[in-house]
Write a protein that binds this ligand. Structure first.
Ligand code: 4AZ
Length: 261
């Protein structure tokens, strides 16, 4: 009876959610919720042509995925969780850089840095930056198996679904490379530049269009810190096929060197 009751409540909540979301879609970043703009710090996330996302890591630099490079010339905008907001802030790119060890064949070091033409005025724009998980922070176990992380984006709400103009988020636990490399999972193809996150049963994941966007953990001051960049996966939210992210601590040295003034 209790279970039946909670199921009823759950489906009512689903009905409310889908009637609020657009075009009758009920899928999102898979298994997630709409981001509450008042409650969640998301002003470091930018959209790249609606097809990818990125994170502002300093006034002059955006970190995203190398495999998004074909759309680096499209509009880069930030400032709202709503992609259709009329007042989105446009950022202009001076140059893009791909991680020297990036391999498009196996998605190793799937990192790109976008250098902006003008440094962002954080105060005037309301935009902000996000800190990175350094190798030192990683050593403390912050990105070890089972640690909770959050992925955010405007990507599809299910495999082969459609994208959403309202940013969504979902919490997923980090999965060790050892577990992600099991024969029943990615079978040895996950290397030191990658980080897996998700549940054995699937259900919650990043998906198409979330690429380049952030996977964050909670820092010691309670603020989000960037642990991963959405990279790839076998489908979305499939059992044992966790989402794969570029491991920020593995790209840290290159990022730090490139963005040093
Ligand atoms: C993509 O195609 C994509 N489930 C991003 C993330 C994942 C799968 C696909 C992870 O952009």
């Amino acid at each position: 009876m209790k279970r039946f009751l909670s199921l009823t409540v759950f489906s009512t909540a689903l009905l409310v959610t889908s009637s609020l979301s657009f075009a009758g879609q009920s899928a999102r970043i898979v298994g997630g919720v709409e981001v509450d703009p008042a409650k969640t710090e998301t002003r470091y996330i930018v959209s790249i042509g609606g097809g990818c996302a990125g994170s502002i890591i300093s006034p002059k630099w955006i970190l995203t995925a190398a495999h998004c490079q074909s759309i680096f010339k499209s509009a880069i905008t930030g400032g709202s969780v709503n992609l259709k907001a009329p007042n989105r802030i446009k950022l202009e790119i001076k140059k893009s850089y791909i991680h020297p060890k990036n391999n498009a064949g196996n998605q190793s070091y799937d990192f790109a840095l976008l250098e902006l033409k003008e440094p962002i005025d954080f105060e005037a724009t309301g935009l902000t930056s996000i800190g990175l998980v350094t190798p030192e922070i990683a050593t403390t176990g912050a990105t070890d198996d089972g640690q909770m992380a959050t992925v955010l984006g405007w990507g599809t709400m299910r495999e082969n679904g459609s994208v959403t103009p309202l940013m969504r988020m979902v919490d997923v636990p980090v999965v060790s490379n050892e577990r992600a490399n099991a024969k029943t999972s990615y079978n040895g193809s996950i290397n030191e530049s990658m980080l897996a996150a998700g549940y054995d049963e699937g259900m919650k994941d990043s998906c198409q269009g979330d690429s380049g966007g952030p996977l964050t953990i909670e820092g010691s001051d309670g603020k989000p810190v960037l642990a991963g960049v959405v990279s790839f996966g076998r489908g979305c939210a499939r059992a044992k096929y966790y989402g794969i992210y570029s491991r920020v601590s593995a790209g840290y040295e290159w990022i730090a060197t490139m963005t040093k003034e």
